[in-house]
Design a protein around this ligand. Structure first.
Ligand code: CAA
Ligand code: FAD
Length: 379
């Protein structure tokens, strides 16, 4: 067992840290306030190779490991979780699924521009009436011979308006239940595909979350991923890796808030000394540091298992469950350590607290992670 990072991993972590400080931090409060998508910053992250980190170089990616992905996600999320969710979705829900299960045609046409960051992707599973209960798909993809006719609505889609390539899960044969579900690649601009209004959210306000409507959209058969009826397994298998990304996002939100609270506690004076001299504050910092370290180890363990071709569903759910709950607890305490200053935007911790909440909800709520983990431990 090694607890040291390689030279390459240290370099990529430093590159992400520098990028976050120099390019994400300056406009992060304004983007949050005005719900502005970080388009310019996403373009730069594409140029740095952050959008197709684990994709093989022959398909336009950076060919890195999942450990590096966790390191980058943590650094970006310390500063801007609205930007890091783009990285997470593009890498682990879109590029991973296409590289692992897509045809050569799909890789050439769709994966390469996605991995290079020339375009971004979206993963469309949730519906108004199918969130945790993901097998209850109402969106239909009727088999018309050479194409599918797609009808229905998807909800809460991250990168909903900014993406060019959408992986859409839909029911082809309801009599087969989840064995009758398919995953289709849909392009922005296909006739009958419209993007709904942007959601006005509590957190990750820079991320563009939209509903999507499909009315008789003709999707060529060659755009189906895998065999007929593979769509639900595709979604579940892809989410295993996605949950590592969101776990690392939660870790970053927690460690970002902790670093701010630590620094502030050494500056702020009360009763003739810094608040860091008060044991009440010291104990908060000790708990934060301990929980963050445990969350980091769970994230790295899940990534390590993935890198070594071992099963990682349970590990990624444990990492997401724990890290997201740590993100919530840590950010609440970081606001507390800042006192009244924590309640205003300039000090960043209130945004991190709002952003932390989503990590307990998307890519499977904390309750869903407990379902996955309990099924594994009871096997
Ligand atoms: N890999 C492959 N197949 C899997 C699998 C996995 N990890 N997990 C389950 N399956 C298969 C099962 O084997 C089963 O197939 P068979 O019948 O052939 O054996 C099938 O999928 C159905 O599995 P379950 O019986 O376990 O299904 P369930 O109805 O009990 O649901 C669940 C299980 C874990 C709750 C699942 O529905 C789930 O994960 N729900 C949450 C959905 C979710 O995470 N959505 C996230 C949307 S994306 C997003 O949120 C992005 C973002 O924010 C940025
Ligand atoms: P529900 O499933 O209705 O759950 C409501 C409550 O009931 C939750 O507390 C839940 O944990 C609990 N619950 C439900 N079933 C059970 C059970 N069996 N046991 C115990 N408790 C249960 N989806 C996508 O497909 N793509 C995206 O890009 C995407 N991005 C998102 C971005 C944002 C900002 C948000 C808010 C959501 C996004 N989602 C996306 C959707 C997200 O994955 C769902 O919101 C999530 O899976 C929960 O589904 P739901 O909202 O329908 O809640």
């Amino acid at each position: 067992m090694h607890f040291t990072l390689t030279e390459e991993q240290l370099m990529i972590r430093q590159a992400a840290r520098d990028f976050a400080q120099q390019e994400l931090k300056p406009g992060v409060i304004e983007r949050d306030e005005h719900q502005k998508f970080p388009a310019e910053q996403v373009k730069m992250m594409g140029e740095l190779g952050f959008l197709g980190m684990m994709v093989a170089p022959q398909y336009g990616g950076s060919g890195m490991d999942a450990i590096s992905y966790v390191l980058v996600m943590e650094e970006l999320s310390k500063i801007d979780a609205s930007a890091s969710v783009v990285v997470s979705v593009n890498n682990s829900l879109v590029c991973y699924g296409l590289e692992k299960y897509g045809s050569e045609f799909q890789k050439q046409k769709y994966l390469i521009p996605l991995a290079k960051g020339e375009v971004i992707g979206a993963f469309c599973l949730s519906e108004p009436e199918a969130g945790s209960d993901a097998t209850s798909q109402r969106t239909t993809a009727v088999d018309m011979g050479d194409h599918y006719l797609l009808n229905g609505t998807k909800n809460w889609i991250t990168n909903g308006n900014s993406a060019s390539t959408y992986l859409v899960i839909a029911q082809t044969d309801a009599s087969k239940k989840h064995h009758g579900i398919n995953a289709l690649i849909v392009e922005k601009g296909m006739e009958g595909f419209t993007v709904g209004a942007k959601e006005n959210k509590m957190g990750i306000r820079g991320s563009d979350t939209h509903s999507l409507m499909f009315t008789d959209v003709k999707v060529p058969k060659e755009n189906r991923i895998g065999d007929d009826g593979f769509g639900f397994k595709f979604a579940m298998s892809t989410l295993e890796g996605g949950r590592i990304g969101i776990a690392a996002q939660a870790l970053g939100i927690a460690s970002g808030a902790y670093e701010l609270a630590l620094a502030y506690s050494k500056e702020r004076k009360a009763f003739g000394k810094t608040i860091a001299d008060l044991q009440a504050i010291q104990f908060k910092l000790a708990d934060m540091a301990t929980e963050i370290e445990a969350a980091r180890l769970l994230c790295l363990k899940a990534a390590w298992l993935k890198d070594h071709g071992q099963p990682y569903a349970q590990a990624s759910s444990m990492a997401k469950l724990f890290a997201s709950e740590v993100a919530m607890r840590t950010t609440i305490e970081a606001v507390q350590i800042h006192g009244g200053y924590g309640f205003v935007k300039e000090y960043h911790v209130e945004r991190l607290m709002r952003d932390a909440k989503i990590t307990q909800i998307y890519e499977g709520t904390s309750e869903v992670q407990r379902i996955v983990i309990s099924r594994e431990v009871l096997k």
